[in-house]
Design a protein around this ligand. Structure first.
Ligand code: HAM
Length: 416
């Protein structure tokens, strides 16, 4: 038997219905924020993600699905959504004549070669959004607000937004230097990867999965202490906007995020201090890194699967439809033809209609009525059909009504 790959899952049944329901909520929320839907390819040139996310990040060093295609091109399966959207933005020269920000959202599969466990998959879905063109702190606040409202709409009202600031380039460089000076005397106590990271990318030591929890990292200098005046002011403004918008947040001075492209605001959404349900931040240098002109950007991605797990664990009820409207039963060929016609007609008029496609006995068809939890059923009968009539039975009350076929849609419209 061929089984699914480790860290992947089939999505079906109630779970698939719940995801569709959640998707509808999120799409309608994004539309309220005036974000447009976008899809980018699942695979892109390796360079895009390696350069975009950062060569020394764990994601690129250990987790990307890299391969050569049959034309010897270096290809990577999308590990995150931002780099692909930036590539789209640059390739289509959307930076020209920007009078308003370009805002897009996506809901896509991502691929990371991680050790699979609950909430950590190799194929997983992110619902994310990106905003280009505004460096105003208000757009930072808007992105946090969109993320926050999404979780609240899904019933996860207890989420905490953790925010921090990495500051502008000058602040980041000052912090980098302080971090190197602090870590140097301790470097032999850290893992081999971290030794390499010290000079190349010391910030990445702070989110090392091996050394996480070590006192050395716990006592490391904090980014906020190295912000220059301008960056400090930005961070204060952000907090002010979040307060104004009634958004619950906590400043987490340890938050640096695991991707290289961030500056200024970074944030994560957590529930009960477990893993992040989502994360994002500002990335003013990324468009330039990927070949465009310097353009500010800010965004967020929700871990869709993790969010769903949290919804299940918190017993939040997601309404799903497990019933149909009408089931047509039949015996003769002419009755069967009518069943084909009527199901087609009702479906086109917005009802969920079903009939037998397995040549079942009438008794077995009755069982399907209950299995599908049909609100009405109708045993087609040649005698009735001659009069252009059907007998429609309410499956709960068992009350029945003789209805002219031409009036069936109107009847159901009135009774459902
Ligand atoms: P990220 O923090 O790497 O950020 O991923 C965002 C979210 O995706 C995480 O908080 C988590 O909920 C979910 N996630 C990550 N890895 C896995 C996994 N292996 N299995 C299940 N869920 C996972 C980004 O990807 C950035 N592109 C976010 C962003 C958008 N920043 C700015 N714009």
């Amino acid at each position: 038997m061929i089984t699914k790959q480790k860290g992947t899952m089939d999505i079906y049944g109630d779970m698939a219905k719940k995801r569709q329901y959640i998707n509808d909520i999120l799409v309608s929320l994004c539309e309220k924020y005036n974000y447009d839907y976008i899809e980018t390819p699942v695979f892109e040139s390796s360079e895009l993600f390696h350069r975009g996310v950062g060569e020394t990040t764990d994601m690129v060093q250990k987790e990307t699905y890299d391969f050569k295609d049959r034309g010897e091109r270096d290809i990577t399966l999308r590990p995150e959504g931002t780099a692909g959207v930036v590539r789209w933005f640059v390739e289509n020269k959307l930076y020209g004549n920007m009078t308003d920000p370009v805002k897009v959202f996506y809901n896509e599969k991502m691929y990371r070669y991680e050790r699979p466990q609950s909430g950590r998959m190799r194929e997983f879905t992110q619902w994310g959004f990106e905003c280009f063109g505004s460096d105003d702190v208000m757009s930072d606040a808007e992105v946090v607000s969109l993320a926050y409202n999404a979780y609240r709409l899904l019933g996860l009202e207890n989420v905490t937004i953790k925010i921090n600031s990495l500051g502008d380039n000058e602040s980041r460089n000052n912090y980098r230097e302080a971090l190197i000076n602090y870590l140097k005397p301790h470097i032999n106590e850290l893992c081999e990867d971290c030794k390499e990271r010290l000079e190349k990318n010391p910030l990445r030591i702070l989110d090392c999965k091996i050394d996480a929890g070590s006192d050395i990292l716990k006592n490391a200098p904090k980014t906020l202490d190295y912000l220059n005046e301008e960056s400090k002011e930005r961070f204060e403004k952000l907090k002010n906007y979040l307060d104004l918008m009634d958004i619950n947040y906590e400043v987490d001075t340890k938050l640096v995020r695991g991707l290289d492209y961030y500056n200024h605001m970074v944030f994560e959404v957590v529930l009960d201090d477990s893993y992040a349900l989502g994360g994002g931040g500002r990335y003013n240098g990324l468009v330039e890194t990927l070949g465009g002109p310097s353009t500010p950007g800010v965004g967020f991605a929700m871990g869709y699967d993790r969010t769903l797990l949290a919804i299940e664990e918190n017993n939040i009820n997601i309404p799903i439809n497990n019933s149909i409207d009408v089931y047509f039963l039949y015996v003769s060929d002419t009755e069967k033809e009518t069943a084909a016609y009527l199901t087609q007609n009702l479906r086109l008029n917005g009802f969920i209609a079903e009939t037998d496609e397995m040549q079942k006995s009438l008794k077995a068809q009755f069982k399907s009525v209950d299995r599908f939890n049909s609100k009405y059923f109708c045993v087609l009968n040649d005698e009735d059909l001659k009069k252009n009539e059907v007998v429609l039975k309410d499956n709960k009350t068992k009350e029945e009504e003789r209805v002219n076929i031409n009036d069936l849609v109107d009847y159901l419209d009135m009774h459902m």
